[in-house]
Design a binder for this molecule. Structure first.
Ligand SMILES: NC(=O)c1ccc[n+]([C@@H]2O[C@H](COP(=O)([O-])OP(=O)(O)OC[C@H]3O[C@@H](n4cnc5c(N)ncnc54)[C@H](OP(=O)(O)O)[C@@H]3O)[C@@H](O)[C@H]2O)c1
Length: 236
């Protein structure tokens, strides 16, 4: 996939860009890509070693923190008083039968904590900042939110769908741009523990990063695979 480099540079050069979940996978590749176009990056993740490695390559400011913790979100919000672009990318995926989850209520609280409550609370602080900057949020979502509910994906699908619904409800009210990318399977550490994905076709995380970057200059509201068109016939 080719990017329009001049347009991307205009969109991000000198802009303050916050990326959550930048220590790994898609978030890491978005950070590396936008650093090349001279964005001022603020990166968040829990794994200090991996986040420091990205910072070394990008010159980014980093926050090593668990975004499920309220005091961490508060500290981040207190320290960020100007923001042009927010890439909501940190996420947790769980693939587990409900019969293996009967003693695991925490699976549902921890997916909601990072996939729903954390971005909602960050957005409550960032909406005014993004409005002033006439900025943009890009939400890194999944095509799962477009599918009918699927067995073994209750925790992930419900939590990703919750934030997708929240953001779509908020979008008509806010003065900044709201974009969502609905990604198919992407080859990242997130899918490594699901054995059946080993041989399934998957997008590279570099391509996912480019598609996210493209939204920063096209300002489109959505990016999704063309073949999702056919799913309108199966969604309830
Ligand atoms: N891979 C796919 O097939 C796929 C498909 C569709 C959508 N997505 C979405 O893409 C996004 C990125 O996923 P990925 O595939 O790149 O997975 P990944 O490699 O596992 O990356 C997830 C990132 O989120 C961070 N994170 C997770 N929990 C966190 C927490 N509590 N606090 C702070 N940071 C946290 C992780 O950092 P630490 O571990 O350092 O905390 C990591 O940087 C997710 O929102 C996911 O839902 C992925």
């Amino acid at each position: 996939m080719r990017l329009q480099e001049k347009r991307l540079r205009q969109a991000v050069q000198g802009k303050t860009v916050l990326i959550t979940g930048a220590s790994s996978g898609i978030g890491r590749d978005v950070a590396l890509l936008l650093a090349h176009y001279e964005a001022n990056l603020i990166l968040v993740g829990r794994n200090e070693e991996r986040l420091r490695d990205v910072a070394l390559k990008t010159g980014a400011q980093i926050y090593v923190m668990d975004l499920r913790e309220k005091e961490n979100r508060q500290r981040l919000c207190q320290e960020i008083n100007q923001l042009d672009i927010f890439i909501n990318n940190a996420g947790l995926s769980i693939h587990r039968s409900i019969y293996d989850s009967l003693e695991r209520a925490h699976d549902f609280t921890r997916t909601m904590a990072i996939n729903y409550f954390a971005p909602v609370e960050l957005m409550l602080h960032f909406i005014p900042l993004l409005d002033v900057a006439q900025g943009q949020i890009v939400n890194v979502s999944t095509i799962n939110t477009k599918f009918r509910p699927m067995a073994k994906w209750a925790a992930y699908q419900a939590s990703k769908a919750a934030f997708d619904t929240w953001l779509r409800a908020v979008a008509p009210e806010v003065k900044h741009i709201v974009s969502t990318i609905y990604l198919p399977l992407v080859r990242t550490p997130m899918i490594a523990s699901t054995k059946k994905y080993e041989y399934m076709p998957a997008m590279s995380s570099e391509t996912a990063a480019k598609r996210i970057a493209r939204l920063l200059y096209t300002k489109k509201k959505e990016d999704k695979p063309w073949w999702l068109l056919f799913l309108r016939f199966v969604r309830p």
